[in-house]
Ligand binder design. Structure first.
Ligand code: MEV
Length: 314
C-alpha cells in the first residue's frame, strides 16, 4: 500500500514532427514542436518496493525484478545510477493522455515524466541536456536507432531545430501557425517504420540518400518560412515533405485520405507526422478555416482531431 502524500511529481508533453522525420535519423535536420495539450505525468508515493504503476496499461512493474530491457524499469534504474542511489521504496504512478504508437512521442514523454518525478522526490536536478540524454537511453529500447529528436523536444518543451548529435536550436516563429492534428486510429510503432526505412536504405542507399537530402533541403526552407511567417510557402513545403515520405513508403491509405481531405477543404498543406504508416497527420490552416478542415478530417475517417497553435514571440 502506498502512503497518500506524494514525494514528487513530474510531467512532459507529447510532440509532433513538423518537418523532416526519418531523414533526421540519417543526419538531416528536422523541426519538432511540443504538444502541451497532451501530457504524461508521474507521481511518486512511498511504498515497500520500487514499483512503477502504469495505470493506462494496467501493469505494475517491480523494478528490481524487471527485465533488463523493460523501458519503465530502465527509466528508474537510470535515475538511481545517475545519482548513485539504491532503488528507493517508492511507487511511481504513471498516467499519459498521449496515445501510444501514434507518432506523438508517448514513449519519450512517459520516460521524461518518470525521471522528472524521481529527481523531484530525490530533491535532485539535472540539466535539460543530461535529462534528454537519459531519456534517449530508454528511447533506444523503444525505437532501436532513434535520432534523439523525440526525447529532445519533450524535455526542452519548445519548438526546436534538431540535427542528430548536435545541441538543439530554438527558433523564432514569425506569425502564428495553426495546426490540426488528426489521428488515423491505426497504431503504428515507430520502431517498425524506422526499421522499414532502414531496410529500404540498405537495399538502395543512393535512392534513399537522394530522398533524405531533398527532405533536408526542404526542412531548411521550412525554417526560413516559419521565421518569416510565410504560411503559404510553408504549406507547400509540407506537401512536398509528404510526397518524399510516401517515396520512403511510410505513408498509408488512411494517411493519404486525411491529407487529401485536409487539402481539398482549404488546408495550406498537410503531411503525416512521426513514424507514419498510421498514427497522426498534421494540416496547416488559416485560423478561420480551422472548423471546416477539422470537419472534413472527421468525415474522412479521423478518430480524433486536435488543434494547436505555434505562437510568434513578442
Ligand atoms: C519519430 O518521431 C521520428 C522518426 O524520425 C524517428 C526518429 O527520429 O528517431 C521517425
Amino acid at each position: 500500500m502506498s502512503s497518500f502524500a506524494p514525494l514528487g511529481s513530474g510531467h512532459a508533453p507529447g510532440k509532433i514532427i513538423f518537418f523532416g522525420e526519418h531523414a533526421v535519423v540519417y543526419g538531416r535536420p528536422a523541426i519538432a514542436v511540443p504538444l502541451p495539450q497532451m501530457l504524461a505525468r508521474a507521481i511518486v508515493y512511498r511504498d515497500q518496493h520500487c514499483l512503477i504503476e502504469a495505470t493506462d496499461l494496467n501493469r505494475t512493474i517491480n523494478v528490481a525484478a524487471a527485465d533488463h530491457d523493460d523501458p519503465f524499469a530502465c527509466s528508474a534504474r537510470l535515475v538511481c545510477s545517475e545519482l548513485g542511489e539504491p532503488l528507493p521504496p517508492w511507487r511511481i504512478v504513471v498516467h499519459s493522455d498521449i496515445p501510444i504508437a501514434s507518432g506523438l512521442g508517448s514513449g519519450a514523454a512517459i520516460t521524461a515524466a518518470i525521471i522528472r518525478a524521481m529527481l523531484h522526490a530525490f530533491g535532485a536536478t539535472l540539466s535539460l541536456m543530461r535529462l534528454s540524454e537519459l531519456v534517449y537511453e530508454v528511447e533506444k529500447l523503444h525505437h532501436g536507432t532513434p535520432s534523439g529528436i523525440d526525447n529532445t523536444v519533450v524535455v526542452y518543451g519548445q519548438p526546436l531545430w534538431f540535427v542528430r548529435g548536435q545541441p538543439p536550436e530554438p527558433f523564432n516563429v514569425g506569425a502564428p501557425l495553426h495546426l490540426l492534428i488528426a489521428d488515423t486510429g491505426v497504431s503504428s510503432p515507430t520502431r517498425v517504420t524506422v526499421a522499414t526505412v532502414r531496410k529500404g536504405w540498405q537495399a538502395d542507399r543512393t535512392a534513399y540518400e537522394t530522398v533524405f537530402s531533398s527532405i533536408g533541403e526542404l526542412v531548411h526552407s521550412a525554417r526560413r518560412e516559419i521565421e518569416t511567417g510565410n504560411t503559404l510557402a510553408l504549406g507547400r513545403l509540407m506537401d512536398e515533405n509528404q510526397k518524399a515520405l510516401a517515396e520512403l513508403d511510410v505513408s498509408s491509405s488512411e494517411l493519404e485520405r486525411l491529407v487529401t481531405a485536409a487539402r481539398s477543404s482549404g488546408a495550406l498543406g498537410a503531411k503525416l507526422s512521426g513514424g507514419g504508416r498510421g498514427g497522426n497527420m498534421i494540416a496547416l490552416v488559416e485560423h478561420p478555416d480551422r472548423a471546416s478542415v477539422a470537419k472534413a478530417l472527421t468525415k474522412a475517417g479521423a478518430k480524433a482531431v486536435l488543434a494547436t497553435t505555434l505562437h510568434a514571440k513578442d
